[in-house]
Design a protein around this ligand. Sequence first.
Ligand SMILES: Cc1cc2nc3c(=O)[nH]c(=O)nc-3n(C[C@H](O)[C@H](O)[C@H](O)COP(=O)(O)OP(=O)(O)OC[C@H]3O[C@@H](n4cnc5c(N)ncnc54)[C@H](O)[C@@H]3O)c2cc1C
Length: 394
Amino acid sequence: MTEYDVIVIGAGAAGLMCAAQAGQRGRRVLVVDHAKKPGRKILISGGGRCNFTNYDVTANNFLCENPHFVKSALAQYSQWDFIGLVATHGVAYHERDHGQLFCDDSAKDIVNLLLAECDQATISQRYRCEVHDIEQEEAGFRLKLNGEPVRCQSLVVATGGLSMPKLGATPFGYQLAEQFGLTVLPTRAALVPYTLHQEDKTRFADISGVSVPCSITTESGVCFSENLLFTHRGLSGPAVLQTSSFWQPGEAVTIDLLPSESLKDVLVAMRDKHPNQTLKTALSRLFPKRLVEVLIARDSLPDKPLKQLDDKQLDQLHHYFHQWSIAPNGTEGYRTAEVTLGGVDTHSISSKTLEARDIPGLYFIGEVLDVTGWLGGYNFQWAWSSGWVAGQHV
Ligand SMILES: Cc1cc2nc3c(=O)[nH]c(=O)nc-3n(C[C@H](O)[C@H](O)[C@H](O)COP(=O)(O)OP(=O)(O)OC[C@H]3O[C@@H](n4cnc5c(N)ncnc54)[C@H](O)[C@@H]3O)c2cc1C
């Protein structure tokens, strides 16, 4: 029977990082994936340019039942370490808003970087490979790869979450965790667009493609200031994706469509200067015209000259645009979600090594764990950090 020191299941971001590290420590490593090639999510990430990390990474950028869990791995292998690796491989990158780092050319650069790191050691890779019948033995694990039995001392589960099943996402990691008696916390699609109730969907259908800067606040009080994008299915854009991780079904979100100014002050100033200007014209100077038209029609805003608007109406308009409340119908789900909330409960995993506390040799890394980053490169940073850390211990 073929024996390895380490078998990594999942040749995604975390799995490749872990394999490269373990291999460079001289461990005999095999990486397996049921997909036909490695890093498929990396390739499509960040619109094809992979937002591979962020200049500003703290534990606050992650959702996890155990909020301290991520700290050790992020400290052991930080964003600066990965940025250093990117520089070593000569990958050109740039910063966008909020410290997000993207490849200049292509997300392929990141996959090539990881494969080059794997090539620095002799790491076996097998694709289109199905994993079955995992059993714990005295000194490791026995499993079948496409029916062939193999053995390893350390088994690393890096099979990711449930988002984008068409790219190969499966619940394999959760099922394996349960097989070994570990708790799996309920999962939910996150970093995902909202869908709308039919009435709202019809009303906003005409402004599909319109994007506005805004702040969105969830009922739990979490607020993100980014762009909101109207789509033919509902609401998307970074502000929506960010809040979706904190939104609960049935809740409304409050949208401030003019987060940096007071609408009342602006309208009063406009009224003083151009008293005969209509409200619609005035609002169209602040917001996309198509959005104004839909909102005026939808909520019967008083489209009359500014001079006819009294204080009460200005207050109502102010409230309307700064605290526009809308209840999503749901989300687009795993089909388009970037990540999965929930997963393998971190309470049973060592934050220092990523090894399951009660199952020596079994490691969980990356998104399969109950660790979900914000939008902005945090999910990859978690994959790099957790993969690197496990790679030092397997
Ligand atoms: C469209 C999109 C864009 C994204 N953009 C960004 C971004 O720009 N920045 C960012 O930080 N994050 C981004 N993410 C999130 C990021 O891709 C993931 O958080 C990250 O890839 C998780 O790494 P992972 O190694 O844990 O899992 P994955 O990268 O998903 O890798 C898991 C691997 O396991 C394999 N696998 C699954 N089941 C089995 C099985 N049963 N047997 C064998 N192999 C299996 C899969 O084929 C896959 O190769 C994006 C996600 C999506 C969907």
